[in-house]
Design a protein around this ligand. Structure first.
Ligand code: COA
Length: 213
């Protein structure tokens, strides 16, 4: 079964985050005859129980958001495309949580637990102006939001050649507990595409998504 833990929308975007338990297998079985043979075997053949259930939960939530079963195909970069409806789609999972974003414009979403482990990799994905915006008291949460933002923007772009530190730029922002709005861009081959992002801190996890209001 899935439980909605966060949901928001504007005229272009719908975002939902759910938690799930082992009953998700039963919920998934109710929609599986509407999936293509390829989609079904791709999901059923995932041996790792958690990964399989994350994928199933994504499909069940998508089904609930659309009111019918969506058909998804993946491109050569692993980016999902919703072939049955005119929405851009993005997924993220972390443990027993799944986030789904549908957008009439561009989607990108990421959910991560906040942990001090982020400190080991900040220099790999953050540039200098981003790093100096971090302060000691909120370091782990704030750094995780930068990470989620870059993952969400990476998913929006969808192709592999982006370097997080150089091509995915987040405008340094102050961290305010709860939720907030900030800006990010994809900078590649002399072009720059700007996006508005939103974050939410929900319990111990951070959620970032594009916001195309
Ligand atoms: C693909 C990637 C973004 C997935 O992120 P993750 O944190 O591992 O996992 P998440 O649960 O958040 O996201 C998984 C979803 O990403 C989506 N995804 C995978 N590749 C994608 C792509 N090229 N474009 C858009 N979305 C993609 C899939 O929909 C997947 O969910 P699904 O299998 O249920 O459909 C990530 O593994 C990655 O490759 N990041 C870039 C690597 C990198 O450059 N790192 C540098 C750090 S310094």
């Amino acid at each position: 079964m899935e439980n909605i833990i966060f949901k928001t929308q504007n005229s272009n975007d719908t975002i939902a985050v759910c938690s799930f338990d082992e009953n998700i297998e039963k919920d998934f079985s109710k929609i599986e005859d509407k999936l293509s043979p390829q989609e079904l075997s791709d999901i059923k053949n995932i041996r790792n129980e958690l990964f399989r259930r994350q994928k199933m939960a994504g499909r069940v939530i998508l089904n609930n958001l659309l009111g019918e079963t969506g058909r998804i195909e993946y491109d050569q970069h692993g980016k999902p495309h919703l072939k049955s409806h005119f929405f851009d789609i993005s997924f993220s999972h972390c443990k027993d949580r799944v986030a789904v974003m549908l957008s009439k414009k561009t989607s990108g979403i990421d959910v991560q637990d906040v942990t001090p482990r982020i400190r080991k990799i900040v220099h790999k994905y953050m540039n200098q102006p981003e790093l100096v915006s971090l302060t000691d008291e909120t370091y782990d949460t704030h750094a995780t939001l930068y990470w989620c933002a870059k993952e969400a923007l990476y998913k929006a772009y969808g192709e592999r050649q982006l370097i997080f530190r150089d091509n995915i730029i987040v405008e340094p922002f102050y961290f305010i507990p709860g939720s907030g709005t900030f800006n990010g861009s994809i900078v590649l081959n002399n072009s720059k595409k700007d996006f508005v992002l939103k974050y939410e801190i929900i319990g111990i996890f951070a959620l970032v998504y594009l916001w195309n209001e």
